[in-house]
Design a protein around this ligand. Structure first.
Ligand SMILES: [Zn+2]
Length: 345
């Protein structure tokens, strides 16, 4: 059979094929190993030399013709099949799709983002710091030297840099607070500046409804000329107004933290009641965060001259804020990874 006869035959067979299986059979018969085109090519060396070139071109032309014809017939059949499906009465393209489980942001993430928005609008940098921290930043530079009793206030996870469990040098710790970012910020930024640093912190705690080994804080730090307690109070009131959407009174009680002097506990008026409730334990005040003016030793550790500049710092409990906001009574829900809990947010 000559090439043209082959081509006529295969074209008409392809045109008559009504499904993908039939086209696939033709494809095998002509184009694959041991098929018509392969046989034609294999026979070339047996031909007289003058005919070989034409035979080769003919075989390749047949291969192209079959490939193209198969392709266009397949497209035509697919199109016809789609039209048939759309026309069939049992297919309704207007039925809504099944809903996908899209997930949602964790309430801590939502709170952190809201606070970042609020403080960014007040000109604060949003900073990040390492969760595995040097003892230097977590303690030393924050005015908590090795033998300082304040180290006992924070039960610490120590990390061995060598992976050797007997290595108790304690040079690396899981940060016990977000305060190390204060010193890192002072090293990076020129005063005056304002910065917040939300993040995870770790304590070696026995967990219960109010204690968790992993929780979230947000550090705040302002350094500049003549920064005073009045600036601190003004900032906290502004931030509370943004979060609770109304003015809340605040009060300062003396508090001891080695990295501030003077140090305070800042309380806010309970936003949930007029005369005492479960959240404020009937006191009408809610403990909000430790804060104070940055200790001169800490400024010095960050390379800032305490004679020239002063600053305030606060350590908001993000986990605590979220518990307050949603009336949660057990902190373990937050990191518990229970989807039934998380689905509510
Ligand atoms: Zn209350």
């Amino acid at each position: 059979m000559d090439i043209e006869a082959h081509e006529r035959t295969v074209r008409s067979r392809i045109a008559e094929a009504t499904d993908a299986d039939a086209l696939r059979a033709i494809e095998r018969e002509y184009l694959e190993k041991g098929g018509v085109v392969a046989d034609l090519l294999a026979s070339i060396p047996t031909l007289p030399p003058t005919e070989r070139k034409a035979a080769g071109q003919g075989a390749n032309a047949l291969k192209r013709a079959v490939t193209e014809a198969l392709e266009s017939r397949r497209a035509a059949l697919d199109g016809a099949q789609l039209e048939a499906e759309l026309a069939a009465p049992d297919f309704d393209p207007t039925i809504p799709a099944r809903p996908l489980d899209a997930g949602s942001l964790h309430p801590i993430t939502q709170a952190a983002r809201r606070l970042e928005e609020i403080f960014s609008s007040m000109g604060y940098h949003v900073l990040d710091g390492p969760e595995v921290e040097l003892d230097h930043y977590n303690f030393e530079a924050l005015n908590i030297p090795k033998d300082h009793p304040a180290r006992d206030m924070q039960d610490t996870f120590f990390v061995s840099a060598s992976g050797d469990r007997s290595d108790t040098s304690g040079a690396l710790v899981m940060r016990t607070h977000t305060s190390p970012v204060q010193v890192r910020a002072m090293e990076r930024l020129e005063p005056p500046f304002r910065a917040i640093a939300p993040g995870r912190v770790f304590r070696q705690e026995t967990t219960d409804a109010t204690h968790e080994h992993t929780f979230h804080q947000m550090e705040g730090l302002v350094v500049g000329d003549g920064i005073s307690v009045a600036h601190l109070i003004g900032t906290m009131k502004t931030f509370l107004r943004e979060v609770f959407e109304r003015d809340l009174d605040v009060r300062l009680r003396p508090g001891y933290f080695p990295f501030v002097e003077p140090g305070f506990e800042l309380d806010a008026r309970c936003p949930f009641c007029e005369s005492g409730c479960r959240v404020c334990k009937q006191s009408r005040w809610i403990e909000l965060c430790p804060c104070g003016l940055v200790h001169p030793n800490v400024l010095r550790a960050g390379g800032i001259d305490p004679e020239r500049y002063s600053g305030f710092a606060f350590g908001l409990g993000l986990s605590r804020l979220v518990m307050l906001r949603y009336g949660l009574d057990d902190i373990r829900h937050l990191m518990g990874a229970d989807v039934r809990f998380l689905e509510q947010f």
